[in-house]
Design a binder for this molecule. Structure first.
Ligand code: TXA
Ligand code: MG
Length: 337
């Protein structure tokens, strides 16, 4: 069993493992990450191997804050303003790499940008402080599968492949960070996530276009190779926007109007709160996936606030495996880079 309670002593051991080039899973406020020393290409290569992640999909690098970010990337005024408003927290910024950037090229998958994020989770921060290195960390699931929001989920995905799984309890947000590309004043939305789009727009003072198939990034350097149409995928087919139940289905419900059903059912938020729904989302998907149902019927979930990111995950989770055969995925042009 490689799950270890995240005591000060365990965090210190995890930092030593990272410094030796091993990989360690740890909690952030969004989801659990699978970390490696971002300066060490062979350590980073282990992440790609363990996750079976395509090499063209770059990783997010975790740092403590702005001063570390500036060592690796070009931080424009706009980037600085967003960091000031939202760091530490669930916002990743894809920035141009500095000329002398020491982060392994493999982390950037050959691009001349690097994604940086300062997590707010006390265990993530304690680990960064102890190791004194930038930590490259994607979500700690096999590529394409459901992101883990507890240490047990990580173990179910990766077994004892990480040197350690630091257990810091369930993640408080439950959805991955929002990813923005920034070069100068140009802002490109790469991934909807735990920081709602509206909050970013308030700080920027203008609207942001949603990530869409074929959409041109705001600046030519910004490319998003990792936004796969099929992602977060359970093995059981999903039926979205379900307003009734069919034989053999499990129900993923939302809100006070959920029907009473006999089979397996989970309500993301009986009081209809989107923040609560985000926290419960991946765990609920994982648990209904294990229920042996013919499909998972998903009630409609409002599209505003965090609902936008939840619906984005649902579309990707359902892509290619909906029951009603050809429900086209609106971003299917992003399926392959
Ligand atoms: O909340 C999170 O962001 C979690 C926790 C562990 O921090 N991490 C996470 O990492 O979700 P991952 O690898 O599952 O997703 C990273 C996303 C991918 O869509 C990837 O393509 C994008 O960020 N990304 C990373 N570096 C990039 C770059 N240089 N240019 C464009 N997209 C990038
Ligand atoms: Mg992921």
């Amino acid at each position: 069993m490689s799950i270890v309670a995240a005591t000060t002593e365990a965090i210190e051991r995890a930092a030593q493992a990272l410094a030796r080039g091993e990989i360690v899973a740890f909690p952030t406020e969004t989801v659990y990450g699978l970390g490696a020393n971002a300066l060490d290409a062979s350590a980073v290569a282990k992440i790609f191997a363990v996750k079976e992640r395509p090499r063209f999909n770059p990783l997010i690098v975790h740092v403590l804050g702005l001063s570390k970010a500036e060592a690796y990337a070009v931080v424009s005024e706009t980037a600085r303003r967003l960091m000031g408003a939202f760091w530490p927290g669930p916002l990743s910024l894809v920035l141009p790499r500095r000329g002398a950037c020491a982060i392994a090229d493999l982390v950037s998958a050959g691009l001349d940008t690097v994604a940086l994020r300062a997590p707010s989770h006390p265990v993530g921060r304690a680990l960064l402080a102890a190791v004194k290195l930038p930590i490259a960390a994607p979500s700690a699931n096999r590529s394409g599968r459901i992101s883990p929001t507890t240490a047990l989920h990580v173990e179910a995905e990766l077994g004892n492949l990480p040197a350690m799984i630091l257990d810091g309890g369930p993640c408080s947000l439950g959805l991955e960070s929002t990813v923005l590309g920034i070069e100068g004043d140009d802002v490109t939305m790469f991934r909807l996530g735990a920081l709602p789009r509206e909050e970013i727009e308030t700080v920027l003072g203008h609207r942001l276009a949603c990530p869409e198939a074929g959409a041109k990034p705001a600046s030519p350097r910004m490319a998003s190779p990792g936004q796969l149409a099929i992602h977060y995928a359970p093995s059981t087919p999903l039926r979205l926007e379900a307003r009734d139940m069919r034989e053999g289905e499990a129900l993923l419900a939302f809100g006070p109007d959920a029907p009473k059903v006999e089979g397996p059912m989970l309500n993301l938020s009986p009081r209809g709160d989107l923040n609560e729904a985000a926290v419960n989302f991946f765990a609920a998907l994982r648990s209904l996936d294990a229920a042996g149902a013919s499909a998972i019927a998903v009630m409609p979930i409002p599209k505003q606030g965090l609902g936008e990111a939840i619906n984005d995950r649902l579309l990707r989770a359902a892509a290619g495996r909906t029951e009603d055969a050809q429900v086209p995925h609106p971003r299917s042009a992003l399926a392959s880079p």
